[in-house]
Design a binder for this molecule. Structure first.
Ligand code: SER
Length: 647
């Protein structure tokens, strides 16, 4: 039997042999304000697809950690009952972008060769979908691969047009579905096929080939990409199930060790395990999600990603209780996850101690929540009873859930014990409102500014600020009130883009430079520098003397003393980071930072307040390094090498 580790490796090796760079998974927390979690392999290549970022390769392959908690099939409630839906999963993918990118034909040929030659799967077991008018993809499947036309289905946007989120790169797709055989048909339709798209469990969507062609803008337009590319994604759990000849992902070696550990902890017989199948699956799925999320820096909390993590952990604990756990158990599950997955994902091994501590803290907190919730609910029920009310209002059910994380199912059970019911509908509408609020909060204004600059289509700015703080440049564009301008006069506030500049744009917590731009006819005071889209540097300021005009040559002068102060504080964050690691432990990872001329702030994760003694020790270590007055060197390296060197 091929193990899951071997299948993952075979995929990456196959695409390496086709000239693809093997790139590490990016974290589950994306560097992208429009997304809650990394939800596909292409997320880390988004800017490469948009033509905003140049990479040293044009073909890449990854096994990407992904999280999906909403969408067509990924509502939390489907995870457990379904044999193949997950919150956390791994996506295998191959990508092509930029100059000389390959497109539909190669994507189809590679996928087919991988399935039939490398995996040795039976070619007659597949059906294919394409976007309705994509005759080109149809032609490759039928004429180049030799698939009978009746197994190629033309489908609509709902299934065969892929978007990362509401905006970003997107395009028509071709999906490859696996046929488990008529004996697995659950729809009972005599015409049963992928084309019906009726959720019949006979068919398994294995691989999605996206032909990236457009950039979806927030106003609904689809703008053609500078160059089309390819983004494919295959669920590792699914290909492993097919290859290992099992129907449910939970029967693959990615899950069986975790399920076995759960059973051992519960002391269940095979029949008891079968009886609690959904709980076993929930615990295994959510156990993987929680382990990877915490290792990537998310801690349980009440907002955004943290809230999702809390929800997932509490759902696992609830199912755990139903299956018979009476003591904390998620730490043991995490250990099993680390055993199964740590060979490929070192971060969960390196941060194991921290992950286990965080899990324990959340389990303890949830127990206290349950105690508090039960007490509150008892009072509420007594109150309602005294007024003869027999239904607990949805808003109350929601309040318990929202403020305490008290599960509505539990509220219902307790209510029923007292002869009351709960208003489910009212609860659900309160939930829906909450979700809408959370979604709105995820979108920051930055996306609009970025969108605007993308449409201007300016070339990237050459950044000279590592070598010099004074340089000449030419005005490429000026923007005032969102419009391109040719000229700006005294007192006007404008945004200016030069072809090259020594001004550092705010990034990585370091604030943007200030200074001035001097043209032959006027002077602009730069109050801030930002990079709304990767590669582009925008000076924000006000014309103080005369006027400035598009096309003029300017002398750009960074306020040098301020920049030096900022640089000192930036170096100090690195010293601080190192000292935190030494004193508190390797889990004290950076969550964010602010580097300004007069101060720095460093956000990191740790499960308790830092004690005064630790603080003194951290301070001593940082000051010792400063007194040593060591030289500061800069060096360009790859992401992986930087991680190896302890970054
Ligand atoms: N982005 C596509 C998907 O997620 C293919 O990788 O399905």
């Amino acid at each position: 039997m091929m193990t899951s580790a071997e299948i993952r490796r075979a995929f990456l090796d196959y695409f390496r042999s086709k000239g693809h760079a093997v790139v590490s998974s990016s974290p589950l927390v994306p560097d992208d304000p429009t997304l809650l979690f990394t939800n596909a392999g292409m997320v880390q290549f988004k800017d490469a697809f948009l033509g905003l970022e140049k990479r040293s390769y044009t073909r890449a392959t990854t096994a990407q950690k992904c999280m999906r908690v909403s969408g067509k099939h990924n509502d939390l409630e489907t995870v457990g009952p379904s044999p193949r839906h997950h919150t956390f999963f791994e996506m295998l993918g191959n990508f092509s972008f930029g100059e000389g990118a390959y497109f539909k034909r190669e994507a189809i040929e590679y996928a087919w060769e991988f399935f039939t030659q490398v995996m040795g799967l039976d070619p007659d077991r597949f059906q294919f979908t394409i976007f309705k008018d994509d005759d080109e993809a149809f032609g490759y499947w039928r004429d180049v691969i030799g698939v009978p036309a009746e197994r190629i289905h033309r489908m609509g946007e709902k299934t065969n047009f892929w978007m990362m989120g509401d905006t970003g790169p997107c395009g028509p797709t071709s999906e490859i579905h696996y046929d488990f055989g008529p004996e697995f048909c659950t729809c009972g339709d005599p015409r049963c096929s992928v084309a019906l798209d009726n959720g019949c469990e006979r068919w398994l969507e294995l691989w999605n080939l996206v032909f990236m062609q457009f950039d979806q803008s927030s106003d609904g337009r689809r703008i053609p990409l500078p160059r089309p590319g390819v983004d494919t994604g295959m669920g590792l759990e699914r290909i492993v199930a097919v290859k290992q000849g099992v129907y449910s992902n939970y029967e693959t070696d990615l899950f069986t060790p975790i399920m076995a550990r759960t059973r051992e902890l519960l002391g269940h017989s095979a029949a008891e395990m079968e009886q609690h199948q959904v709980a076993y699956r929930v615990i295994a799925d959510h156990g993987r999600a929680m382990t990877f999320l915490i290792a990537d820096g998310v801690l349980p909390g009440n907002e955004g990603r943290s809230y999702v993590l809390r929800l997932i952990m509490r759902r696992a604990m609830r199912f755990g209780k139903l299956a018979g756990f009476s003591k904390p158990f998620l730490g043991d599950i995490a250990r099993a996850v680390i055993d199964v997955m740590g060979g490929h994902y070192r971060e969960i091994v390196d941060r194991a101690d921290f992950v286990l501590q965080a899990i324990r803290a959340e389990e303890d907190r949830f127990q206290r929540t349950l105690d508090t919730g039960v007490a509150l609910l008892d009072t509420l029920i007594a109150d309602l009873n005294s007024h003869g009310v027999k239904v607990i209002p949805g808003s109350e059910v929601f309040r318990l859930y929202d403020t305490l994380g008290f599960p509505p199912d539990l509220t219902r059970v307790i209510a029923e014990e007292h002869g009351l019911t709960i208003d489910r509908k009212g609860f659900e509408s309160a939930m829906a409102e909450q979700r809408a609020r959370a979604r709105a909060a995820m979108r920051f204004g930055v996306e609009e500014v970025a969108e605007r600059y993308r449409h201007f289509g300016l070339p990237p700015t050459r950044f000279l600020g590592y070598e010099t703080l004074v340089a000449d440049g030419a005005i490429q564009a000026m923007v005032g009130s969102g419009q391109l301008l040719d000229r700006a006069g005294e007192g006007d506030e404008v945004e200016i883009v030069l072809d090259q500049t020594p001004f550092y744009a705010e990034a990585g917590g370091q604030v943007g430079d200030t200074g001035q731009l001097m043209s032959p006819t006027g002077t602009l005071r730069v109050e801030d520098t930002q990079s709304p889209v990767p590669g582009l540097i925008v000076h924000y300021g006000r014309v103080t003397v005369g006027y400035v005009a598009r096309g003029q040559q300017v002398r750009a002068e960074v306020e040098a003393e301020r920049r030096w102060d900022i640089m000192r504080n930036h170096t100090a964050t690195h010293l601080l980071h190192k000292a935190l690691h030494e004193v508190l432990g390797p889990h004290a990872l950076q969550n964010g930072s602010l580097v300004a001329p007069d101060r720095l702030r460093f956000d990191f994760q740790h499960l308790s307040a830092v004690s005064l003694i630790e603080l003194a020790e951290i301070e001593r270590r940082v000051n010792r390094q400063i007194s040593a007055d060591m030289p500061v060197k800069s060096q360009n390296t790859t992401f992986d090498e930087a991680l190896q060197a302890g970054a």
